[in-house]
Design a protein around this ligand. Structure first.
Ligand code: 5RP
Length: 224
C-alpha cells in the first residue's frame, strides 16, 4: 500500500512525463498551489533547463519556484502557455473540480484560463461521483461577506467564513457546506453572478483536460 504522499508523488511524476514533451527553451509553465502541486514544482526544479519560466497561482508557489531557481513571470507578460498543472479537492469523471482548499482559487482559475491544457494531479481519493462533499470555497470582497452568505443559504448551502485567512488578493474565503451540486456549470455561473463574489471554486465551465489520479489498485489512472 502506498501512502497518500507517495500517491501524490506518483501523480506529479506522471504529469512531468506528460509535460516534458511540451517544453522548449521559450516555454512558460503554469503552476498550481497545494501539497500535490508542490511535488510537481519540485520536479520542475529538477528540469529547470527544459523551459524558460513559470507562472504561479499563489505567492506560496512563487516562493517555492524562486527558491528552486525557477524564473517566475507575471501573467500579464504571457501570451502563450502550453500547460497548467494543479491539484484539486474533488474531481468527477467529467473532469469538473472543486478547488480552493488552499484559498488560491481565483489565481488558479485565471492562470488555468490562459493555458492550452489543464492537467489535474491528485491521489485517487479526490475522485467523486458527485461534487460537493468538500465545502465549496468562495473568494469574496470583505464588505460583501454577509450578503454573499445569505445568497448561498438561499441556494441551499451552509456558509462558514474561513477565519484568520486572507487571500493573496486581500479578500476573504467563505466555505460553503452542504450544497447539492447537480449541474456544476449552472451553479458556477449562478454563484459568479452574486455581487461581491470574486471567484468560486467550481471549475466546471472550464474543466480539466486531463486528470492523473494515482491509486493503489490501478496505478496512475488517466481520465481525458
Ligand atoms: O485548490 C487548491 C488550492 O487552492 C489545491 O489544488 C487543492 O486544495 C488540493 O490541494 P492538495 O494537493 O494539497 O490536496
Amino acid at each position: 500500500m502506498f501512502s497518500q504522499q507517495e500517491l501524490k508523488q506518483q501523480a506529479a511524476d506522471a504529469a512531468m512525463a506528460l509535460v516534458l514533451p511540451m517544453l522548449d527553451s521559450q516555454a512558460i509553465v503554469g503552476v498550481g498551489t497545494g501539497s500535490t502541486a508542490d511535488l510537481f514544482i519540485d520536479s520542475l526544479i529538477r528540469h529547470a533547463d527544459r523551459f524558460y519560466a513559470a507562472v504561479a497561482s499563489s505567492e506560496r508557489s512563487a516562493q517555492r519556484l524562486i527558491a528552486g531557481g525557477i524564473r517566475v513571470v507575471d501573467l500579464n507578460a504571457v501570451t502563450f502557455m502550453p500547460v497548467y498543472v494543479d491539484g484539486a479537492d474533488e474531481i468527477n469523471l467529467q473532469l469538473e473540480m472543486i478547488k480552493g482548499g488552499g484559498g488560491a482559487l481565483t489565481r488558479e482559475k485565471i492562470v488555468a484560463s490562459v493555458a492550452e491544457k489543464f492537467i489535474c494531479i491528485a491521489d485517487g481519493s479526490k475522485l467523486v461521483n458527485q461534487l460537493g462533499s468538500f465545502p465549496l470555497p468562495l473568494e469574496v470582497i470583505p464588505m460583501a461577506r454577509e450578503s454573499v452568505a445569505r445568497a448561498l443559504i438561499a441556494l441551499g448551502g451552509r456558509p462558514i467564513p474561513r477565519t484568520g485567512f486572507v487571500t493573496d488578493n486581500g479578500n476573504e474565503i467563505l466555505d460553503i457546506h452542504e450544497l447539492t451540486i447537480v449541474d456544476a456549470k449552472a451553479l458556477e455561473t449562478a454563484i459568479n453572478n452574486i455581487p461581491g463574489v470574486v471567484c468560486n471554486g467550481l471549475f466546471a465551465l472550464k474543466a480539466a483536460d486531463v486528470a492523473l489520479l494515482a491509486t493503489n489498485d490501478k496505478g496512475v489512472y488517466r481520465i481525458g
